[in-house]
Design a protein around this ligand. Structure first.
Ligand code: GDP
Ligand code: MG
Length: 204
């Protein structure tokens, strides 16, 4: 299977995280290489773009969420319907790291408990190293536990912004392949006893 296994239909990426972590900033940095200092925190924006991945261009929708689950049930929010998630915290806010874990659980619940929903953990505001509250050890421990990659980014300096979106597409591709192979190779059950009397295929 090649990287064209990224879906032909439009892929929806949701940028999630608590207010002020830099969801809008990272989205705008990625799409237009701008860093607006102020952005309306109540606005949810959706952008349609084309992304080159491997040999192909892919239609991607990026939803810059805005804590809208305060106003509607989580099930109705765009977060519940995304295909892939860039889950942000800010390294200068431990509470945003705690909130990120809660958000991940909500996303998994909405995806029928599927812990393989494509996700990359992004610790933003890396330029604010002096105010760090979330250590790399915290991130490594959490991401190892949930088997999810992470990246430290700065929307301000553009550190790792494109790379984190790219990593998410890699993740989408990898998990698609995993699901495909799981669907054709049944998992071995505990009481599986290989049948050695199976007929061999004889080519004459
Ligand atoms: P959102 O509520 O998650 O969408 O957060 P915003 O993108 O609106 O950003 C909130 C504030 O953090 C704004 O003042 C941004 O300029 C600032 N900000 C966002 N990303 C960074 C970053 O990487 N570094 C620094 N220093 N500030 C950032
Ligand atoms: Mg925003």
């Amino acid at each position: 299977m090649s990287d064209s296994s990224l879906s032909k239909r439009r892929l929806t990426i949701c940028v999630v995280g608590s207010g002020g972590v830099g969801k809008s900033s990272i989205t705008l940095r990625y799409l237009s290489d701008q860093f607006p200092e102020f952005y309306d925190p109540t606005v949810e924006e959706s952008y349609i773009t084309k992304v080159e991945y491997g040999a192909n261009m892919h239609d991607v929708e990026i939803i810059d969420t805005a804590g809208q689950e305060e106003f509607m049930s989580f099930r109705d929010s765009s977060m519940a319907h995304g295909d892939a998630f860039l889950a942000l915290c800010a390294i200068n806010s431990y509470s945003s790291f705690v909130e990120l874990k809660v958000l991940r659980e909500k996303v998994i619940r909405e995806h029928d408990g599927d812990t393989d929903v494509p996700m990359v953990i992004v610790a933003n505001k890396r330029d604010l190293e002096n105010c760090r509250q979330v250590s790399v050890d915290d991130l490594v421990a959490y991401c190892n536990q949930i088997n999810c990659p992470f990246m430290e980014t700065s929307a301000k300096t553009r550190l790792n912004v494109c790379e984190s979106f790219r990593l998410l597409l890699d993740r989408v591709n990898l998990l698609k392949q995993k699901k495909f192979y799981q669907s054709i190779i049944p998992e071995e059950s505990e009481d599986y006893i290989p049948d050695h009397t199976e007929k061999k295929c004889v080519i004459s």
